[in-house]
Design a protein around this ligand. Structure first.
Ligand SMILES: Nc1ncnc2c1ncn2[C@@H]1O[C@H](COP(=O)(O)OP(=O)(O)OP(=O)(O)O)[C@@H](O)[C@H]1O
Ligand SMILES: [Mg+2]
Length: 323
């Protein structure tokens, strides 16, 4: 299952993504889990419990885009070269597909184990990038991975996303089985929820609101009033999180029971989601065609609509055919 954490800046996306991944690993130690930090501010490694100096040493997806494209392209005859492969280029026959956990050269190089959790990072927006590159090219690596990834129930890809509506700069926001929108009981946080849902609605994106930093019943009432049935559960203001903030990462078993229960509710909601590979595939194609006409055809000098393989549908059948 592919899961996004979105919401207003500072609402707790990274904190909850890390807690969610840790809680899944704690209750199902053999479950395939892959956490991905797709935020400009790269804090997921630290939130998982990596020392700061270790976090800066992680090899970043954004710095290995060529390698990622080369691998995923495989022998797909519709993709003329690595440079013709853009972030939205969909898989087709001949492409390499990914599972959540498997031995492959990309994961060998780009997936790290941080505090027991498998983690890939897009990499920070470096000062070299200022004015010449945009963050979207780095996040493009995540879009490519997700578009080639066949996951099942009981497998979890947990993506920590950029704040607010920045996620809509690409098709990435449609790549998830469930989007957890982290929302503090404040007018501004709810405002980001409204904006997100209004963009997402047209694309059939499933959004569940997770209240965060909730202090009392009044906070829950406020959230319920503002977001209605979209409120799935909430996490209270947490001493466990505060301790981590001060450098003391406690074992996940020490998390406050109500907050641990909220994480389980989130997992159950996710496990209930059905997978629709036909829709997933056609949305990828849709966004690719839009990007092709908007900028990519000009950039590459080809009609990138030709990259679409009309006979291909991502999913377990395609995966079985490759393996
Ligand atoms: N439930 C909580 N209880 C106490 N503190 C919290 C809780 N959730 C988050 N925080 C604190 O709030 C701050 C912001 O959290 P976090 O970094 O997870 O937010 P974010 O949405 O990822 O922010 P950004 O938009 O910068 O990526 C951190 O200091 C974090 O420790
Ligand atoms: Mg964050």
């Amino acid at each position: 299952m592919k899961i996004a954490f979105v919401g207003k800046g500072g609402s707790g996306k990274t904190t909850l993504a890390a807690l969610f991944a840790r809680s899944v690993m704690a209750s199902s130690p053999t479950a395939p889990v892959l956490a991905i930090d797709a935020d400009i501010n790269q804090h997921l490694a630290a939130a998982l419990g990596a020392p700061e100096d270790e976090a800066v040493l992680l090899r970043a997806l954004g710095d290995h885009l060529g390698e990622i494209k080369e691998y995923l392209r495989g022998s797909n005859p519709r993709i003329s070269s690595v440079t013709a492969m853009v972030k939205t280029t969909p898989p087709g026959r001949g492409s390499r597909l990914l599972r959540v956990a498997e031995p492959n050269p990309l994961y060998d190089r780009l997936v790290h184990t941080v505090a027991g959790i498998r983690l890939a990072v897009t990499g920070p927006f470096a000062s070299d990038d200022l004015g010449v590159a945009c963050y979207h090219s780095k996040v493009g690596a995540v879009e490519l991975l997700l578009n080639h990834l066949v996951d099942e129930h009981g497998e979890y890809v947990v993506v920590d996303m950029t704040a607010g509506a920045d996620s809509f700069a690409s098709g990435l926001f449609t790549r998830f089985d469930l989007t957890f929108l982290v929302c503090e009981p404040t007018v501004r946080s709810v405002g980001v929820y409204r904006q997100y849902v209004s963009y997402a609605r047209d694309h059939g994106v499933r959004v569940a609101v997770i209240g965060n930093k909730v202090d009392d019943d009044g906070d829950v009432d406020f959230l319920r009033q503002q977001v209605g049935d979209d409120l799935l559960t909430w996490v209270g203001r947490s001493g466990f999180v505060k301790a981590a903030e001060r450098g003391r990462v406690l074992p996940i078993g020490d998390l406050e029971p109500d907050n641990a229960a909220a994480l389980i509710t989130m997992r159950m909601a996710l496990d209930k989601c059905d997978k629709d590979w036909a829709r997933y595939t056609s949305q990828a194609v849709d966004f690719h065609l839009r990007n092709a006409t908007a900028w990519a055809n000009d950039r590459v000098g080809e009609d990138l609509a030709d990259q679409v393989d009309p006979e291909f549908m991502l999913g377990p059948t395609a995966l079985a055919a490759v393996h």
